[in-house]
Design a protein. Structure first.
Length: 586
């Protein structure tokens, strides 16, 4: 008899569980003995005294595993996090420009002898010796790579050599020459000059003084730099279509005084040798359009999705999901990247979001934040913030995979120095972060099963048309509207339809407007036995709590769910049995 009375007390206590779980759904382990089960007898049924639950925090409800895609931050905030796969970097490269000789020829120039005056007491005459003329001419050309949009200048290590040959007649006439000027085209800048004379240089002109005639004047140098589009009387460096053309002449001017015995018979010709090696241009300044192969910025495989984000009615309309994209480039060239993010579930595309073109900084790491709204975004932490209003569409239905197809290009208006025949590296990386803060259409569903009741209630039966009412007042500090639904299950775990046991729930729990102020909502649950003996087969309830941003009229948005700060309390819980309770006390 004592055992039967204990069961009689536990039967209404089990029904109280529905009220408790509306407030929390902590787990399926419940200690019925914690409920005050003293029964009072009234004219319309049996009623238990009121009671309340402890504070039920979200951390007690939303159980997460370490490998879930939803994490709890140190401050308690829930956030959806996933990292993109590692992808191979793009390696832009432009071929070097090879420049080769097309034509070259040499020209001797005469030394003009101009009498000055006779030397006193001798047959010798003081004369002026001078020469002025082009001694060398050359033409070179090369192919311009199509990725080179404009050439402004080029650095080279092209070898150049020049030798001014002094004939015997000149050597006999004078041991030194006062001044020799060697001019080359002004688009050239010479470097690494080695010569056997004393000189000064101005632009591409070298002036030698007191040059001994006992040896030829020799010069070696490199063409350290060339300026495109520059021309003068000695030549030009131009780009015509996909061809680079350079032509030039070497002009020599000589002047000195000498004393010779027979100026009328003097005939002096100056000759020279000259060469510019075929060369490669490997460093150029200009505008460029190298191919940046970044078609794929990688995939994000969505794993460890908790159940409350996978139920049928879930819509993960988050207030401000963010994609953090970093692109590290060692090119000295600015660029741009745009893309399309695509969600894939069960092999089919479920959503697609276009990301507008964003800048890539030259020779640096560019940090980009792609977000639904820039509210709360610290712009100083990023090089670029791109607002994409429909970004949340990617995870409204949690996908299996998010792909990031991209289109990257160089900034063809950016003037920079580019190393040809060099492999640069442009490397992307991104991750997705979405604080679990609802936007207007958000909806998540939490389900739990309360079972193992049958052992406590199998000895009891409700008379026909009997029902059990559970009422409570829910204190809610969660910034979401909470709607509860439930259905009964039997001892085999099968759903018991309304023709057997109907479960009715009234009222949606009103949302806390900002997650800091509590709001109270009265609720009621009724379990009705509609078939004789159905209650004896009852083993529990399957509860479904739908959390939504809106109740159809007003919405609470932008408040991140917090595991500790947001909670529920069920107060003034009352359970009332209406109808006859039949028990087997034998």
């Amino acid at each position: 008899m004592e055992n039967c009375l204990h069961k009689l007390r536990l039967f209404p206590a089990a029904l109280l569980l529905g009220g408790l779980l509306l407030a929390g759904c902590v787990n399926s382990d419940y200690d019925f003995n914690e409920i005050d089960s003293t029964m009072g007898f009234g004219g319309d049924g049996l009623e238990l005294p009121s009671s309340s639950t402890d504070t039920i925090k979200l951390v007690d409800v939303l159980d997460l595993n370490e490998d879930d895609c939803v994490k709890v931050r140190p401050n308690g905030d829930y956030v959806f996090e996933q990292t993109g796969d590692t992808v191979d970097p793009s390696r832009p490269r432009i071929d070097p420009i090879r420049v080769a000789q097309r034509t070259a020829y040499s020209n001797e120039i005469p030394v003009t002898v101009t009498s000055s005056q006779a030397v006193a007491g001798a047959r010798a005459v003081a004369v002026e010796l001078s020469a002025d003329g082009d001694m060398q001419a050359f033409e070179y050309d090369g192919d311009k790579p199509e990725e080179v949009v404009e050439l402004i200048s080029a650095m080279t290590d092209a070898g150049l050599s020049f030798s001014l040959n002094f004939p015997e007649a000149l050597r006999s006439a004078t041991p030194t020459i006062d001044r020799i000027e060697i001019r080359m085209p002004s688009y050239m800048t010479l470097g690494d000059i080695v010569t056997n004379g004393t000189y000064t240089i101005s632009g591409s002109a070298l002036t030698f003084t007191d040059v001994p005639t006992s040896r030829n004047l020799t010069l070696t140098a490199t063409i350290a730099n060339m300026e495109f589009g520059v021309s003068d009387d000695l030549g030009s460096l131009t780009v015509n279509g996909d061809k680079i053309n350079l032509d030039g002449r070497v002009h020599v001017t000589l002047s000195t005084t000498a004393t010779i015995e027979d100026p009328s018979t003097s005939y002096i010709m100056l000759s020279s040798t000259f060469n510019i090696d075929d060369f490669e241009i490997k460093s150029v300044t200009g505008r460029f359009d190298p191919a940046i192969d970044m078609d794929d910025l990688g995939n994000v495989e969505i794993t460890g999705v908790p159940d409350f984000l996978t139920e049928e009615n879930v819509r993960v309309d988050l207030y401000n999901p963010r994609i953090f994209l970093t692109i590290t480039s060692d090119m000295s060239l600015d660029g741009f990247v745009s893309g399309t993010l695509t969600s894939i579930k069960d092999g089919a595309e479920t959503a697609s979001v276009v990301v507008p073109e964003m800048p890539i900084r030259a020779g640096d790491t560019t940090r980009v934040c792609i977000c639904r709204t820039d509210e709360g975004i610290d712009r100083s932490a990023y090089d670029h913030v791109e607002v994409v209003p429909n970004l949340s569409a990617l995870i409204e239905e949690i996908p299996d995979l998010i792909t990031f197809a991209a289109d990257a290009r160089a900034d063809v208006n950016s003037v920079c120095t580019f190393e040809l025949d060099h492999e640069y590296k442009v490397e992307p990386d991104y991750n997705i972060e979405a604080p679990i803060a609802f936007a207007e259409n958000a909806r998540i569903v939490y389900k739990d099963t309360l079972d193992d009741w049958n052992g406590d209630i199998s000895d009891f039966e409700l008379s026909e048309n009997s029902h059990i009412d559970v009422t409570a007042n829910i204190e809610n500090r969660v910034p979401a509207y909470l709607t509860l639904s439930a259905h009964a299950i039997d001892v085999d775990g099968n759903e018991m339809g309304e023709d057997q046991i109907a479960v009715e729930v009234s009222n949606t729990v009103i949302a806390s407007p900002e997650g800091q102020t509590s709001v109270d909502t009265p609720i009621s649950i009724r379990l009705s036995q509609n078939a004789e003996g159905a209650m004896k087969r009852l083993d529990g309830l399957v509860l479904s709590i739908e959390a939504a941003a809106s109740d159809g009229a007003s919405a609470v948005v932008g408040e991140t769910l917090n595991s500790e700060r947001h909670f529920l309390i069920a107060k003034d819980i009352k359970i009332k049995l209406v109808g006859k309770l039949i028990g087997d006390f034998n």
